[in-house]
Ligand binder design. Sequence first.
Ligand code: PMV
Length: 395
Amino acid sequence: MTPTDSPLPASLSALQDRLRDLRAQGQILLQNGDRGFGTAPSNIALIKYWGKHSDQQPQNSNLSLNLGSFRATTEVVVRGRFYPQGSAPALHSNTVLFAGMTEPAPADRKLDRWISRVFADWASEIRMHVRSENNFPSACGVASSAAGYAALAAAVADLLQLERHFSATELQTWLTEWARLGSGSAARSAIPGAAEFVAWERDDVDGSFAHPVPASPGFELGHCLLVLDTSPKSVSSSEGHEAARHSPFFAVRAAGMERRFRAMCAAVAAGDFSTVATLAEEDAFAIHAIMQTSEPASRHLDSRNSQIIARFVAGRDQARVPAFWTLDAGPNVHILFLREALPFVRDFLARECAGGGASVLWGGKGPGALPGSRARAVVHTDLPDDRAFRMGEPA
Ligand code: PMV
């Protein structure tokens, strides 16, 4: 631990104690060059969190849809020596190789901190080389840090062969807790299996955790992103969370959040599209009201996307089709819909892209976080009708 680290949350400390025991029993062996592999999807929050406590703990419960076909894949390689009592000093530094880089570079402070906390005092002498890539562009409004930290957690789970030592439930807890140390939204992406809707739930009594939200059978949302601007954010997500509490609307939104979160979970479970859509659109406006009035402000809801949203809502209401919009911490417009709305969505996007300066990324199905060989076997499938629309090629 560095002097600035806060202690690990109790639930995570208990899990780490078990790793320490396994290592002492010789059941976890780490050698220089050992590898782990993992993959995880990005997600889009329908009830968002904005503002966080220490350790990336979101201040309000939140719920997202996993974007199964927007994935990060990550490999970790152990650099170090393994002494039985973990007392030897580290020989190496953490390094990264991300897509587009030709040479490994030192890990940034956030990743360094993540690795030192995960390996804590039970394997503190080892370091990691992290190689990661996304199959979607960064800075486009699809949360790459959520996918990235969740895939990293899955890769470490593979390295440590956690599936051999822990039950599926325990593995889920490991993955979400570890991922959350990197980013609150990553906890949702770390849910293994086929979960589409995932909640991160604030629980002041027993700790906080991410878990799948059961959806009504057949309640499947299609997803696409209208990409308008891929410039880097002027206010980072970390600064934005901190700045949020200066907004006069922060406390107003917070007061109703648990009720709205429960209503969203119930609507997903009941397959009540109209309530899901209404709550999601209201929450997008609410969070952007906070962003616009934070200090410093993040102004992602601008005249261009406001007009697009207005045209979308007018067309959708006139056509009476099940589709809604949301924005994340960026200007690009997410559209979610039931299959019967696909022709409307396709026509709408074709019109919006016709003048140039906009493109479309289509989401598709894919599994949650996966460690190991199952991660290598991931096959992405698209909604069948969508192929002509991928990557900004409206028909
Ligand atoms: O997890 P972070 O620190 O990247 O913050 C995520 C915040 C939002 O994307 C705006 C909302 C959310 O809940 O995903």
